[in-house]
Design a protein around this ligand. Structure first.
Ligand SMILES: C[S@@+](CC[C@H](N)C(=O)[O-])C[C@H]1O[C@@H](n2cnc3c(N)ncnc32)[C@H](O)[C@@H]1O
Length: 271
């Protein structure tokens, strides 16, 4: 989409948005100059961001495969979906169970215009896209479109991939996760990935702090301890909390060296 069309749709292309910047990092074309500038600034401080983004998508595939094939999950609430890319949650799940149902939620208005790619459901399954904000969990949970597609009386796979780091403050982020999980029954699963600087050099951490202080960074990396709190009260699926590429790696696939991965991943089951 060109800038003129985007502006006509009411999208402010002069300000970067996480979905479009992530699309740029993944090598996509649904982004504008402000997103590329912000992406380049992040790559300068953290050159591994691109590898991490790709590893994050690879983790999504493995985690959804696990949920659909091994945990018996056939309905998914994927919040912070991102712009459609190669393998989206419903495609992964429906390859295993064609009756899988998926509700996608994101707050970037551009995604609604690309949502067709997210809505290519099998006839037996269902997919739906909702523009809403993770900071309003009740608004998502009670939304009639969510209730129509998902049966919240049955286990749900709650997918929060690379989105919680856009929520400032641990108290707010953990409260959101808690509120979402409280509405889901036993057997539901939480899938989270999150940016971390735990494995980064001190100068990278200092640069990240400086960018945040000057308002140039809209993401809040968290430590392993902070990440762990999202899973309080859940049973962690082995191997537990690990760096993205270390979660049930596909046999024979070469993994990037550890410091190159700036994200934690985990899957937990609600008892
Ligand atoms: C880095 S992308 C991750 C996309 C996808 N989940 C993945 O892991 O490949 C983050 C996504 O979260 C969305 N996002 C950020 N803050 C959000 C919020 N408060 N509510 C809903 N979506 C949000 C962005 O629009 C973007 O699409």
């Amino acid at each position: 989409m060109d800038e003129e069309t985007a502006r006509a749709l009411g999208i402010d292309t002069s300000v970067t948005h996480p979905a479009r910047r992530y699309n740029y990092l993944l090598g996509g074309t649904d982004n504008f100059a402000a997103d590329r500038e912000s992406g380049d600034m992040i790559l300068k401080v953290f050159p591994e961001a691109r590898v991490s983004a790709l590893e994050n998508r690879a983790f999504l595939v493995r985690a959804v495969q696990y949920l659909a094939a091994e945990a018996g999950i056939d309905q998914f609430l994927d919040i912070g979906t991102g712009l459609p890319t190669a393998d989206n949650t419903h495609e992964i799940a429906q390859r295993i169970n064609p009756a899988s149902r998926v509700v996608y939620v994101d707050n970037d208005p551009l995604i609604a215009h690309h949502a067709k790619a997210l809505l290519t459901s099998t006839p037996e399954g269902r997919t739906h896209y909702l523009e809403a904000d993770l900071r309003d969990p009740a608004g998502i949970l009670e939304h009639p479109e969510v209730r129509e597609v998902l049966d919240l009386g049955r286990p749900v796979g709650l997918v929060l991939l690379a989105v919680l780091h856009f929520i400032e403050g641990d108290a707010q982020a953990t409260a959101i996760v808690r509120q979402l999980l409280d509405a889901l029954p036993s057997g539901s699963h939480l899938v989270v990935t999150h940016v971390t600087l735990d494995a980064s050099a001190p100068e990278v951490r200092a640069a990240s702090d400086a960018m945040q202080a000057s308002g140039k960074l809209d993401a809040w990396p968290r430590t392993r301890e902070q990440f762990e709190r999202f899973f309080d009260g859940l049973e962690l699926v082995p191997p537990g909390i690990v760096l993205l590429s270390d979660w049930r790696p596909a046999p024979g696939v070469e993994r990037p060296p550890t410091p190159a991965i700036g994200g934690y991943a985990a899957v937990g089951r609600k008892p």
